[in-house]
Ligand binder design. Structure first.
Ligand SMILES: [Fe+2]
Length: 294
């Protein structure tokens, strides 16, 4: 079993804090729950204390990912396991609002991770009149040392590999969803996209209308992907970070080694598969937008 069961939050540095915050609060519909003395802004999708952390900076950057450890995990023991795996791990108390303690890990390929067992849940609620996603679903990261990063996810954290796109992208999960993280093998190290799950498929149209009203164009989709078979649409946030909105993601059943059967699957059963580099849409839709480079 994986050591973590879900993605907790994503921390990014942003240059234009006002515009970015405006998008995340007024268009996407997250709530500012907290702001610490360093100016870090904590945004919640609707339940837990934060799903996204924005750090004011001179230029945009990918800072770290937070993952929630399985209930009952002993943080000291977890930190020792990380060190035994050959990585630096530091346990921190009162590291940030909403989290009493966590283990920060200098992961492979310059990726920093924060592992926590508990996070506050002030439940600020969902915001009508905005995209109002259901939850933070997954993150795709680009890494020049992708193989090391994938090994950490698979061999240390226990993620399952669920698909590949050529030799370019790996899909990994620690729960029922087809992917919680994708790793794209390319330089430089950065976020490829951040994905939020919508309530239902009909919300794709509603979300695109709301984004248009907020001056945010949709760049690709909605269309059904091959890997994960999610119905996905993409747009950029004000910092040019790609944001995916999706529904209908494949449900992976690790005990069986395949995804729950669906009418639109190419195979029955739908086992992990290596897709072609041009096989992004099961519908054959070509939106003239290169997802591989974000
Ligand atoms: Fe995605």
């Amino acid at each position: 079993m994986p050591k973590v069961f879900q993605l907790g939050y994503i921390a990014v540095a942003v240059a234009d804090v006002a515009r970015t915050l405006d998008y995340y609060v007024k268009a996407l519909g997250t709530t500012e729950v907290d702001r610490d003395s360093d100016g870090n802004i904590y945004l919640s999708v609707g339940y837990q204390h934060h799903d996204l952390v924005l750090t004011p900076a001179s230029e945009k950057a990918f800072l770290h990912l937070g993952y929630q450890l399985n209930p009952g995990t002993d943080l000291d023991r977890f930190a020792k396991e990380v060190r035994d795996f050959g990585l630096k791990a530091v346990k921190k108390s009162d590291p940030q609002p909403g989290i009493a303690e966590l283990v920060e890990v200098e992961g492979p390929a310059g990726n920093t991770f924060q592992f926590f067992e508990k996070i506050d849940a002030p439940a600020p609620g969902y915001k009508p009149g905005t995209v109002s996603p259901l939850r933070l679903g997954h993150v795709a990261v680009i890494s020049p040392e992708a193989d090391k990063l994938i090994a950490f996810y698979r061999d240390f954290l226990g993620f399952w590999e669920t698909d590949w796109i050529g030799d370019l992208a790996n899909f990994l999960t620690c729960n029922y969803e087809h992917h919680v993280v994708n790793v794209v093998k390319a330089p430089p190290s950065k976020i490829h996209h951040i994905a939020f799950q919508l309530h239902e498929t009909a919300d794709h149209g509603r979300s695109a209308d709301l984004l248009r009203a907020a001056g945010v164009p949709t760049k690709w989709g909605p269309s059904r992907h091959t890997a994960g078979h999610n119905l996905a649409a993409y747009h950029y946030d004000p910092e040019n970070t790609l944001i995916e909105l999706y529904t209908d993601m494949d449900v992976f059943v690790p005990e069986l080694g395949f995804c729950q059967p669906r009418p639109w699957h190419e195979h029955a059963p739908m086992r992990p598969k290596r897709w072609g580099l041009t096989e992004l849409s099961t519908w054959g839709v070509d939106f003239q937008f290169d997802l591989a480079t974000a």
